[in-house]
Design a protein around this ligand. Sequence first.
Ligand SMILES: [Zn+2]
Length: 83
Amino acid sequence: MPLYEYVCEDCRKDFTLLQPTDVDKSQTACPECGQKNVRHNFSTFAAKIEGGQSLSRKTPVTADDLPNKKVLNLPLPRLRSEL
Ligand SMILES: [Zn+2]
């Protein structure tokens, strides 16, 4: 299921929901105030991918598409609380 970003028109809360693609987005309620006056935002992550790829490209981006795969192999930085 994809992530959808919303912003509430009533309380200005922005939130992200995991929803099926066929869900009725006009029935999505704000978790903060419960109103259904929410506006769907395109995910910033999805927008980045979209902008970086040729428009004719239909296949999803995978690790193999990255020019520098070594980036994925770098160890994750530890949280300070783990040190
Ligand atoms: Zn709200």
